[in-house]
Design a protein around this ligand. Structure first.
Ligand SMILES: [Zn+2]
Length: 348
């Protein structure tokens, strides 16, 4: 992004300024006005523009806390370029604790949107023209759905070198290559030549400290590799992430009460038993086996399952010889403390 004036909505932001902007959007039918809250921080020195967004799905709140922590970092005084933070994109869903908009549409399937389209399409268009089009890179923060927990992971088009570079800089155990056409923010941004990472970690409507800390570290890692922040002084080489080209769901073979015997992040082999579904009397039990070799990157948290429900999500790797250490190292070191990031008291 070239230096000079950055204009978002009616507000001009100059180099060295930090400004909160409220972009007007459709009001509530109660008469209450609504706006999209945006924080813009411009360094004095020139550099790339990065947006970081959360709660496109209104009930996915981990990212809101991730952005709060990033914005409080004293390290941002050294910022080059521009950071645009949008902690709550789907304000309507956030207020009603729902993934969707009041028109029951999924914002992350409504891009590029239109200013004459549905409620979701209008918000998508506003976000695209006011935020995405003014950035060089983006990071979109998500969690699993309600009652579903995700291992910290990045989903991105890893075949694109610029995207792959920032994906590796995020330092999570698993990168999932995905390049699907789904009307998502990530897809539409990519079409405009703006690499966007999707960070998935934790569960909807919950704070997960590990996912939050990994997210903060990841964003700072990306900003460092882009030259927006100085390189880490203590260069400790993190474990290489595992790159998955595909993933698969394991579904409940019957309805019943599920006991899971494999944790998030566990490495599993095809046909390995990873859980048991029983009736309440314990008379009939059905073993749940992995339908592929790989790593468990998502699973249900609810032991009550209906036949056909997805209960485990397994990332598959091209090489059968998966580097076993990666996920274990990530968990064992509990995300190494970076002295510059001034760790906050953990949420427990
Ligand atoms: Zn989401």
């Amino acid at each position: 992004m070239s230096p000079g004036v950055l204009k978002i909505g009616e507000v001009e932001v100059k180099a060295g300024e930090s400004v909160t902007i409220d972009l007007p959007m459709a009001s509530l039918y109660s008469h209450a006005p609504m706006s999209l809250p945006v924080q813009v921080i411009r360094g004095r020195r020139d550099g790339p523009s990065l947006f970081v967004s959360a709660a496109l799905h209104g009930d996915e709140i981990n990212g809101v806390e991730i952005i709060r922590r990033v914005l409080r970092l004293p390290l941002l005084k050294k910022l080059r370029g521009t950071l645009i933070a949008i902690p709550i994109v789907n304000v309507y869903g956030f207020v009603s604790r729902s993934r969707y908009l009041p028109d029951r549409r999924d914002l992350n399937r409504s891009f590029p949107g239109s200013d004459r389209g549905s409620m979701a399409a209008r918000l998508a268009e506003l976000f695209l023209t006011e935020i995405v089009d003014k950035c060089d890179y983006g990071i979109d923060l998500h969690t699993g759905a309600v009652h579903r927990d995700n291992l910290p992971q990045i989903r991105a088009n890893l075949d694109d070198p610029a995207t792959s570079r920032i994906a590796h800089a995020f330092h999570v155990p698993v990168l999932l290559n995905s390049n699907i056409r789904d009307g998502s923010l990530r897809e539409v941004a990519a079409e405009r030549g703006i690499p966007v990472l999707l960070y998935e970690a934790g569960e909807a409507l919950r704070f997960d400290e590990r996912s939050i800390r990994a997210g903060v570290k990841g964003i700072i890692g990306v900003m460092r590799v882009l030259g927006m922040l100085p390189a880490a002084s203590r260069a400790r080489k993190p474990a290489e992430p595992l790159v998955a080209r595909a993933s698969t769901w394991v579904r409940a073979g019957r309805s019943g009460i599920l006991r899971m015997t494999s944790a998030l992040g566990a490495r599993v082999r095809r046909n390995e038993i990873i859980g048991v579904i029983a009736d309440p009397f314990g008379q009939q039990e059905l073993e749940v086996s992995a339908n592929a070799s790989g790593i468990i990157i998502g699973r249900t948290n609810l032991p009550l399952v209906n036949e056909g429900e997805a209960i485990f999500h397994i990332a598959r790797f091209e090489s059968a010889k998966v580097a076993e250490d990666t996920v274990e190292a990530f968990q064992a070191d509990e995300i190494p403390v970076d002295p510059v990031l001034e760790e906050e008291p953990p949420i427990v």
